[in-house]
Design a protein around this ligand. Sequence first.
Ligand code: NI
Length: 185
Amino acid sequence: MILPITVYGDPVLRKVTANIDLSYQGLPELIENMFETMYNAEGVGLAAPQIGLLIRLFVVDLSPLGKDEPSLVGFRRVFINAKIIERNGDEELMEEGCLSIPGIHEEVFRKNHIRIQYLDPEGTAHNEVFTGYTARVLQHEYDHLDGIMFTDHCSPLKKRLLKRKLTDISKGITTATYRIKIPKI
Ligand code: NI
């Protein structure tokens, strides 16, 4: 089932989320719905607050990036209760977008090397290092679990320039081609 995606201005995107038990009601169906919602919107990652849930869960599928990096084809993962325990390496500047901020793409600095602990849906604990584009996407999605949007990482000047567009999005004025939930503010 395709779910509506929350957009900039929705308070749910600014909250810190909570860990879940693997017995969380309807978890397998929720994960499937998140993938379906993400694919429908042509995204490579989707975090639970983007469908209105304040839980530490996000999904990614980096296959669309396979044109540039063939190793990413089939990189389809579910991250439950994720915790980034190391961030190091160089700061890299790269353009990002977000399904909750339709139509806006800006360059953001991120560390190019992370170590992350998480559970998969079967309950297996993982502790893995990711680099490059994968590390970027995981940091972007992880930020959503702590109420952080990628535009928060932009310079003060860039933030000022984006203000009008972000306000428009919060009023439902967007070019999104997928179903969104307009904030009630
Ligand atoms: Ni995002």
